[in-house]
Design a protein around this ligand. Structure first.
Ligand code: KG4
Ligand code: ZN
Length: 343
């Protein structure tokens, strides 16, 4: 089964053609990041307009690179949430229009679930299950027990900021450019000394696998700008100190994730860990996990780790087999949780 996957949830316009949920025939990603950098974050209205301008050429290129004829495409999959509303409309409406024009079914999938599928799709023949699914992105911090593709139970989540969001906010405090996560990693890697500030992630009473990063974020703010400061206050620290703060923040967050991951694997008898979401691109996180966890670790490979259409097409195939097509009145959703039911 040949599936066209479309992704426009945020600031990447992406399309891919994937066979049987795993063989990637093409994967075209157009990133808008260079445009949004001048605003220090994604400018939602402009993200929609840029999707409008680039989506059809990106889809054309994906089909051309895959070397398939349009009448060989069996299904159109699209991420219909969570994400920016205007941006979601672009992909969703394009998918519906193509479904009508080509007389093919279409299916909406969950963007964050697709991030997790990205690390599973190359190992479908031998998934060591049950597994721990760890999603670390701009909007999600999730621990899931994966019992099968598309079957999850939530073990833990954040009670305040998402992990990527806290990286982005700390990046702003340190005067780093958008996107913040990679900038914090890069600065920390310039010789930043971790552990210099006693930073620690929050713990949630009686919920050992939940996360809290907002207290840590405030601690970083007060370290950079003084106790009681706001984001707009002046920076008090020396330029030289910033790398140590970046490294200390990063290590505090990752130590918390790793400790809870090891505990969750023991508590739930989990066999392996699958990772998804933008933050798992962080090489330091990958090194720390390899050092402190003896289970098989599955990371998304290059081309599948940032927002992309291949993970959407892949998950779309699985969901179509499990649930059938979505109806044409499927709506875009800015927020949505994981669902095993019909969309
Ligand atoms: O999954 P993603 O591309 O978008 C969604 O949120 O769905 O994740 C984006 C988030 C941003 O917060 C970004 O700063 C963070 O992932 N991120 C990183 C790194 N690369 C991206 N955080 C830490 N280290 C990185 N190398
Ligand atoms: Zn994403």
């Amino acid at each position: 089964m040949i599936v066209l996957g479309i992704e426009t949830t945020c600031d990447e316009t992406a399309a891919a053609v994937v066979e049987d949920g795993k063989n990637i025939l093409s994967n075209v990603i157009y990133s808008q990041a260079n445009f949004h950098r001048q605003y220090g974050g994604v400018f939602p209205e402009m993200a929609s307009r840029l999707h409008y301008d680039t989506l059809i050429p990106v889809i054309d290129e994906a089909i051309k690179n895959a070397n398939v004829a349009i009448n060989q495409i069996d299904l159109i999959a699209v991420a219909h949430g969570p994400g920016l509303m205007g941006a979601l409309f672009m992909g969703l409406n394009a998918a519906k229009a193509l479904s009508l024009a080509w007389d093919r079914p279409f299916i909406g999938v969950h963007h964050v679930e697709a991030h997790l599928y990205a690390s599973m799709m190359e190992h479908l023949d031998s998934l060591p299950l049950p597994a721990l699914g760890i999603v670390l992105s701009g909007g999600h911090t999730l621990f899931l027990k994966i019992t099968d593709v598309g079957k999850y139970e939530t073990i833990g989540t954040t009670i305040d900021d998402a992990i990527g969001e806290s990286f982005d906010k700390v990046a702003v405090m340190l005067g780093l450019p958008y996107p913040g996560g990679p900038a914090v990693e890069e600065l920390a890697a310039t010789g930043g000394k971790a552990g210099m500030y006693g930073f620690k992630a929050g713990q949630v009473k009686d919920l050992p696998f939940h996360f809290s990063f907002s207290g840590l974020k405030t601690k970083v703010l007060y370290t950079v700008k003084g106790v009681g400061a706001t984001q707009k206050s002046q920076t008090l620290i020396q330029e030289e100190e910033k790398k140590n703060i970046a490294a200390s923040f990063q290590d505090a967050v990752f130590a918390d994730v790793i400790k809870k991951a090891n505990k969750a694997c023991l508590a739930f008898g989990l066999q392996s860990i699958f990772f998804g979401g933008g933050v798992v691109n962080n090489q330091h996180l990958r090194e720390l996990f390899s050092k402190s966890c003896s289970l098989p670790l599955f990371w998304p490979t290059a081309g599948l780790s940032l927002d992309n259409g291949a993970m959407i097409a892949g998950l779309g195939y699985q969901k179509y087999l499990q649930l059938g097509a979505s109806s044409l009145d499927l709506e875009a959703k800015a927020r949505m949780s994981f669902s095993s039911g019909k969309l």
